[in-house]
Design a protein around this ligand. Structure first.
Ligand SMILES: O=C(O)C(=O)C[C@]1(C(=O)O)C=C[C@@H](O)C=C1
Length: 281
């Protein structure tokens, strides 16, 4: 019987998401399973076909990745871990290609956005959206056209046997993506010290203030607060919040119970060990 943990990630072999899987599970035997899109990964975590998945949730250059956050709140999955992965966008193309020869650079929309300075400085190069970074590199390898290159990881360059034409072309040299490790259903993570939560406040004056007061009064440190329009409603907003704590602490349980009194909807999205900011790949 295969005892290896099955872990899902989005994209082809060589994506940044696969690097996140490799790093998060480096001390345990695992099988990495790649998927074309996030909903199919989540469906397989929910059905038990795979044990975990690594999903990108936030990037230091482009901010929150709503495609995953919105799915988290609507599904029966729970964040049990987080990892920060340094995203070095490598310009990958055919051997001997000069940047002056390039006309099109392919990649996933996030990396294209993370490298907007590169495109501003090289206006003759058109950014072209492709399904993920690894597929973009594979496409460039297949085309054998020196006017095409891709933005992707060192792993993709290695896997598709293409040279890196220019290293780290991202705007922000500290370009880092935060990934959640998710599992099925709410879980108790013994070593957890951070919580992520979704909520929608009551429509009354001071409702958001009341939620923030719950944390302030208990001396609970808030780490993030993000608001976003609720899909299907006309400019009504939900909030995503991160704070220090563990679901095993009575103080945290009380705080969440009190938050519910001021909200129309509350969902704890995860409780996990905080990834230390210095621990970058
Ligand atoms: O295409 C990839 O390499 C991915 O892993 C996807 C993805 C994303 O969805 O944001 C993951 C991390 C990086 O920020 C860039 C792209």
């Amino acid at each position: 019987m295969d005892k290896k943990i099955k872990v899902g990630y989005q994209g082809a072999h060589g994506t940044f998401s696969e690097i996140a899987v490799q790093e998060f599970f480096k001390d345990r035997p695992f099988t990495a399973c790649n998927y074309a899109n996030f909903p199919s990964i989540i469906a397989d975590v929910e059905s038990g076909a795979i044990d975990y998945a690594l999903l990108p949730v936030e990037n230091t250059t482009t901010g929150i990745i709503y495609r995953t956050y919105d799915l988290l709140k609507d599904s029966d999955i729970f964040a049990v871990g987080e990892i920060l992965v340094r995203i070095d966008e490598q310009l990958i193309g055919l051997s001997g290609t000069n940047i002056e020869d390039l006309r099109e650079v392919y990649s996933h929309p996030e990396p294209l956005d993370q490298c907007s300075g590169f495109f501003a400085a090289h206006p003759w190069i058109k950014p072209v959206t492709y399904q993920d970074t690894a597929k973009s590199v594979e496409y460039v390898a297949q085309c054998q056209d020196p006017s095409k290159a891709a933005l992707g990881s060192w792993l993709a360059a290695e896997y598709y046997h293409l040279p890196i034409l220019k290293e780290r072309v991202q705007d922000n040299q500290l370009n880092t993506t935060r990934f959640f490790c998710v599992a099925k259903g709410e879980q108790t993570v013994q070593e957890a010290d951070k919580i992520s939560m979704y909520f929608v406040v009551n429509h009354e004056p001071g409702a958001l203030y009341e939620v923030i007061r719950v944390f302030a009064q208990r001396g609970i440190n808030m780490l993030k607060l993000e608001s976003r329009p609720i899909r299907g409603r006309m400019f009504e907003y939900c909030f995503y919040i991160d704070f220090d704590g563990s679901l095993l602490q009575p103080k945290t349980q009380e705080a969440i119970a009190e938050v519910r009194e001021h909200c129309l909807e509350v969902k704890v999205l995860g409780s996990y060990k905080r990834a230390f900011n210095g621990e970058l790949l």
